[in-house]
Structures are given as structure tokens and as C-alpha cells.
Design a protein around this ligand. Structure first.
Ligand code: ADP
Ligand code: MG
Length: 252
């Protein structure tokens, strides 16, 4: 192949965003020659590299799009610190069947026990399985819902939310809602029911949800939707960081 042909090919590959092929076709051609590959095998090899590159990019784009506040991995979670939580149950959730069935996961327990960590860990796992995920604190979500309503674009926001496979709503219960906020959250969860998986983390027992939602009927409606087919994980114990600090002090 002449230099001009190479330059033209590289330009075309660049224009067509075939980055992996552009980077590897020369070396692969040498390998193909040395190992006596067929033309089809050479082409298949290049296409495979390109599709792997795209898949990797898609997954890292999903991780960026999810807007996790921190990147916390399931692998870094110390299950021995919280014996009531069964590692096998969490790992089986991580396989992702709950996503296919749009089942909710509710993580209940006191602060510092790793609910946010595990919700992000499951979120990252889902992104790596090629699923679209979005992380919100509940307060942030309700603010966005209120703003969308004020600007008459609530339907668009709901349409967008339905395109995710998993929404993580962190910290339900820390801040009480206004009447309109509670109604919007209810509307949001109803619209997503059986379509998108929700992971909700909360420090509140179900019996206390009415305190932040303010209305008995709305609370029971929301609980009815969220707990239907839900996986409920209870986090019991003492704050992980607090315990670690105590342990450090004891060894010093
Ligand atoms: P919660 O959301 O329940 O309040 P977080 O997930 O924010 O708790 O956890 C507080 C901090 O402690 C985080 O830095 C988290 O990574 C860490 N942490 C909590 N539990 C564990 C655990 N079992 N293993 C490893 N890190 C943990
Ligand atoms: Mg948290």
C-alpha cells in the first residue's frame, strides 16, 4: 500500500470514528501475514477490537452520566462489619436480575453504615453491565421536580427518567418535604413503577415515613408502590467510620 493510500485510509477511519481499527490495522496486518490469517479473519479481528472499544467507552460514559458523588466499589465493602447484611444476597442482586424486572431495593438503617456506598457500588456494577443509571439525593430530585413543574416540563423530565434502567434516590428522610414536594415524589415513583429499578436509601423505618411526607394516604400509596416486589436490606450496627476510629485509637 502506498503512503498516499495509507494517509487516505487513516483519514477515512478517523472521519468514521473507527479509532481502534485505525490504531491497529497495520500491526494486525503483520500478524495476519505471519500467522496466515484469511481476509475474513483479519476483518473480523479489527471489527471485534472496534466493537470492544465502543463498548468500553459506552460503559465509562454511563458511569459519568450517572453522576455518582463518589466512586465506591462493591469490592471495597467490608461485609464482616455488618453481619446482618448478607453478602450473598447483595452479590446476587449485583448480577442484575432486579434491573431486568424493575424491582426496587430499599436500604434502611442508621447513618454511617454504608448505604450510600453499597448503592453506588450496585450502580457502578449496573453501568458496567451496560445499563443506564442516575444517582440523586432525594432532596436534589425533589428540587428538580419542583423546578420542572414550575417551568411546565415535568412530562419531559419523567420521559427522560424512564429511559434509565436504575435510579438511586439517596437519603430519603433527612429533610421533610413540602406538600407539593411529597406529591411530586409520589408522582415520580408512580410513573417509574415496574419500568425502572429504584434504589432508595433511608434512615427511617417505614412507620416513620409519614413524618417526612406529611400525609397518611400519600405515604401508604408510596410505600405500596415502593415495597411491591422490593428487596429490603437492613443495615444494623454502629457507624463504620466511628468503629474504625475507635479501633485505631485502641491500637495506638
Ligand atoms: P450511609 O450512607 O449509610 O450513611 P456511607 O455509605 O456514607 O453510609 O458510609 C460512610 C463511610 O464509611 C463511607 O466512606 C463508606 O465507604 C464507609 N463504609 C461504611 N460501611 C462500610 C463497610 N462495611 N465497608 C467499607 N466501607 C464502609
Ligand atoms: Mg448515605
Amino acid at each position: 500500500m502506498s503512503q498516499t493510500d495509507h494517509t487516505q485510509l487513516e483519514q477515512q477511519l478517523q472521519t468514521m470514528h473507527l479509532t481502534a481499527i485505525r490504531q491497529t490495522y497495520v500491526a494486525a496486518a503483520q500478524q495476519a501475514g505471519a500467522d496466515d490469517w484469511s481476509y475474513q479473519r483479519y476483518l473480523a479481528h479489527l471489527v471485534d477490537l472496534e466493537s470492544q472499544r465502543r463498548e468500553r467507552n459506552r460503559r465509562s460514559r454511563y458511569i459519568k452520566e450517572a453522576r455518582f458523588p463518589l466512586l465506591k466499589e462493591l469490592a471495597d465493602f467490608d461485609f464482616s462489619a455488618i453481619p446482618q447484611l448478607h453478602k450473598a444476597e447483595v452479590m446476587s442482586l449485583a448480577e442484575g436480575h432486579y434491573l431486568a424486572q424493575a424491582q426496587p431495593i430499599i436500604m434502611v438503617g442508621n447513618p454511617g453504615l454504608g448505604k450510600t456506598h453499597l448503592s453506588i457500588g450496585l450502580g457502578l456494577t449496573a453501568c458496567r453491565q451496560g445499563q443506564r443509571v442516575r444517582f440523586y439525593t432525594v432532596t436534589n430530585l425533589v428540587n428538580q421536580l419542583q423546578q420542572a413543574q414550575a417551568e411546565h416540563r415535568l412530562p419531559q423530565l419523567l420521559d427522560k427518567a424512564i429511559r434509565y434502567r436504575l435510579l438511586i434516590l439517596d437519603e430519603f428522610g433527612y429533610v421533610p418535604f413540602s406538600t407539593s414536594g411529597a406529591q411530586l415524589l409520589f408522582q415520580f415513583c408512580s410513573a417509574l413503577q415496574e419500568k425502572v429499578s429504584l434504589i432508595i436509601t433511608t434512615n427511617l423505618a417505614f412507620s416513620d415515613w409519614v413524618q417526612v411526607l406529611g400525609d397518611e394516604r400519600l405515604t401508604s400509596g408510596l410505600l405500596d408502590r415502593l415495597t411491591f416486589r422490593a428487596n429490603i436490606l437492613h443495615f444494623v450496627g454502629e457507624s463504620y467510620r466511628f468503629r474504625q476510629q475507635m479501633q485505631q485509637q485502641q491500637t495506638n
